[in-house]
Design a binder for this molecule. Structure first.
Ligand SMILES: [Fe+2]
Length: 133
């Protein structure tokens, strides 16, 4: 599995949100590291708790920002946030019910979401904000 690295070209221009994105990358990388140590199941529980907390405050902040700047694609963007939140909640419930979840599948989903969302949608948001001056 691969580690994902935050680079300056992923900056959305707001230091607070950049720091939160870095935390999301770290979270995904911690899951990959846990899987590599053979502790995927144990680590997944902790990761999902962190991910749910993350979704709660980070998405709220980003969605408020989109409203503040009148971002025209705010609803579609927020729908992608909701997808990750719903997946994190669903996986947590499965774990609580004693189901075992392949940690690799969760890591693949999280990384795919980060690549499609942070690298495309959040960068598009920055471009819009920049164009507004
Ligand atoms: Fe976003």
């Amino acid at each position: 599995m691969t580690r994902i690295e935050w680079t300056d070209d992923l900056s959305v221009g707001l230091p607070e949100i950049d720091e939160q994105h870095k935390a999301l990358f770290a979270l995904a990388n911690d899951l990959v590291a846990g899987i590599e140590r053979g502790e995927g199941q144990t680590v997944l529980r902790d990761i999902l708790t962190r991910l749910r907390e993350y979704c709660f405050f980070h998405f709220d902040e980003e969605e408020t920002y989109m409203q503040d700047i009148g971002y025209p694609k705010a609803r579609a963007h927020a729908a992608e946030h909701a997808l990750l939140s719903a997946r994190a909640t669903a996986l947590s419930k499965l774990l609580e019910n004693g189901e075992s979840i392949p940690a690799e599948g969760a890591a693949d989903f999280l990384e795919a979401w980060i690549f499609s969302h942070v690298l495309k949608e959040d960068v598009a948001l920055k471009r819009y904000a920049d164009a507004q001056g």
